[in-house]
Design a protein around this ligand. Sequence first.
Ligand SMILES: [Fe+2]
Ligand SMILES: [Fe+2]
Length: 297
Amino acid sequence: MTTTDRDRTANRLLRSSAEHSYDPEVEIDWDAPFAPGLYFVPPHRSSLYGTSLWEGLTEQQRITLTRHEVASIAGLGVWFETILMQLLIRGYYKQDPTAAHAQYALTEVADECRHSVMFGRMIGKLGTPVYRPDGLNAFLGKWIAMTGVGPRMFAAILICEEILDTLQREAMADEQVQPLVRMVSRIHVVEEARHVRYAREELARQVRAAGKGRLTFDKLVIGRAAYLCGTRLIHPGVYKSVGIDPAAGQKAALANPYFRETLRWSGERVVAYLDELGLVDGPGKPLWRMSGLLSAA
Ligand SMILES: [Fe+2]
Ligand SMILES: [Fe+2]
């Protein structure tokens, strides 16, 4: 792809941003109470769905668990968007401010600012703890925010964006899900479609520019990012909300064929794309396997 194609895409994305951008402050009725009897993620996507632990929960407890699960997903989203904004701004620093490609990077930061406020507000309204990566994952997040460039930067971005996107596309259409969660999902899906387009094209370009040898380290980082997304989508702390020990809940979720299928399904699109680019390979492959995002084959 030439520079002209790059700016042509960016111009299209800038036009779409002008036409379809949402202010969650205005679009969402934050004062509306939650609807009784509705879930916060589609029940069949709950990490414990179908397990004996799930069978032992009352309907109300199942709803509570999904309330914490959506908070966990949103918490990962905010954490990740904070890293993404830093990466985009660092990349922008070196670019020509008159170029559409550079201007789109800033426009995406503006989208992510609104998203993080929206997710933060939703977590506040859910009344759950703020679940987000901690320990080594938090350290690695800080590290990639400071050093992420090229293929590893755009691949890490895509993994998180496309997994969230797949989950939210389903949630926004599901009538068993709370209207607030559906609205938040809908706003995010519309705006993320542009981000996915931007990151996919940029990633392909960066992979071509990097050449084979230089990608080895990036593949390790990309595998680690996949591992983090797969294993921290649902924070083990969520199980406490229904009286289940976090370690026991996590163990049951990891062994749960329904949840394993949910993870695989959520990663399907991005795994296929990264695989086409040869990025689901090399030293990162064992981490990809442990992420739960790959097919069992
Ligand atoms: Fe976002
Ligand atoms: Fe995004």
